[in-house]
Structures are given as C-alpha cells and as structure tokens.
Design a protein around this ligand. Structure first.
Ligand SMILES: Nc1ncnc2c1ncn2[C@@H]1O[C@H](COP(=O)(O)OP(=O)(O)OP(=O)(O)O)[C@@H](O)[C@H]1O
Ligand SMILES: [Mg+2]
Length: 172
C-alpha cells in the first residue's frame, strides 16, 4: 500500500518514574487540538493509562478525576478545555466487535481521542495519528517513543519538543 502517511521522525524519551511518564502526557495535553488521535501501544503495565492521566491534566481536566483504563466500559469521557475520549480496545478482538463501537463519533470531532491497545483497531482507525509506544525497560523505567504519522502530527510533535525535553530526558 502506498497511501500510508509517512511516519517519523520519532522522538524517544526515557522515563524514570510514573511521574515522568505522566509529565510527558501532560505536555502533550497542553498542545493537542480538537480531532487529534493519540494511539497508545505497549504491554500490560507499560504506562499507557499513566500517560493518559497526564494528558487529561494537560487538557485541564479536574485534577480530582481518577483516570483508569476503560477496559470494560471501552470509553471514558473527561472534560477539560476540550473533551478527552479515553478508549481501551484491549477486549476488542474481532472486526465485528470493533465495528459496533461507533468509534467514529470520537474521532476527528470536537475532542481528543486517546486509545489504549490501538493496535486492536488498525482496521478502522485513521492512519494519521500520533502513536505513543511505551516499553518497560526496568521496574521504573520506560522508553516512550512518539511516532507521528501525517504532517499534522509531525507539526504537533515539533511544537512539543522543547517542552518534552524539559519534562524528561529526550534522546532524539
Ligand atoms: N516510568 C514509569 N512510567 C509509567 N508507569 C510506571 C513507570 N514506572 C513504574 N510504573 C508503574 O507501572 C504501572 C503502569 O500502569 P498503567 O495502568 O499505566 O499501564 P497500562 O499500560 O495502562 O496497562 P493496561 O494495558 O493494563 O491498561 C503503574 O503501576 C505505574 O506506577
Ligand atoms: Mg491502561
């Protein structure tokens, strides 16, 4: 296929604690705009929800709101300066199940969609997105790769770079 938006350049951050991962999410939350799609990929416990909690904070969501994986409800909505649609596709394993979710409503609309286990939605999610790939490298360490696909997300990532570097150790 040649209609895929070109990916990269990727930003790679090293997080040494949950607080740092949260801070990275918070930086992103300050920069995202309506219709943005943030696709989170990484194993169980890699920090996707911690990152989204930061994203919510950066969007100005009430700090007392508890952000948790919407594994059973599929979607949690939080209201900050924009709505945040926090979606978890962990339990979505078939194209049929994916099709019944009505995800279109949350994409390219009034808010920001942050989707955990986004790889379970490859068949229907827009190809233009900012992927956040988390890898556990130690008890408290994670690599956090930010991979933009499409010009919109390359621009977004460029605008965040210096803030990301201030929040953690930005390698590249
Ligand atoms: N550097 C780090 N960044 C993020 N989380 C960390 C870090 N170090 C330790 N942790 C811990 O790892 C766990 C990450 O949990 P989290 O719920 O965010 O994972 P998840 O990727 O959303 O998993 P799931 O796929 O089950 O939803 C938390 O308990 C957090 O305290
Ligand atoms: Mg989670």
């Amino acid at each position: 296929m040649i209609d895929l938006p070109p990916e990269g350049p990727t930003a790679v951050c090293i997080s040494a604690s949950p607080e740092e991962t949260r801070a990275l999410g918070e930086v992103m939350g300050r920069h995202v705009g309506a219709g943005d799609l943030i696709a989170l990929i990484g194993e169980l416990g890699s920090g996707k929800t911690v990152f989204v909690a930061g994203l919510a904070a950066g969007l100005g969501v009430d700090p007392t709101a508890h952000v948790s994986s919407p594994t059973f409800t599929i979607m949690h909505r939080y209201l900050g300066r924009l709505p945040l649609y926090h979606i978890d596709l962990y339990r979505i394993e078939t194209p049929e199940a994916l099709a019944t979710l009505g995800l279109e409503e949350y994409l390219e609309g009034d808010g920001v969609a942050a989707i955990e286990w986004a790889e379970h939605g490859v068949r229907m999610l827009p190809k233009e997105r900012l992927t956040v790939r988390l890898r556990q490298t130690g008890l408290e360490t994670r690599t956090v790769e930010l991979v933009p696909a499409g010009d919109r997300y390359r621009t977004l990532l460029r605008r965040m770079t210096s803030d990301l570097a201030a929040a953690t150790r930005l390698l590249a």
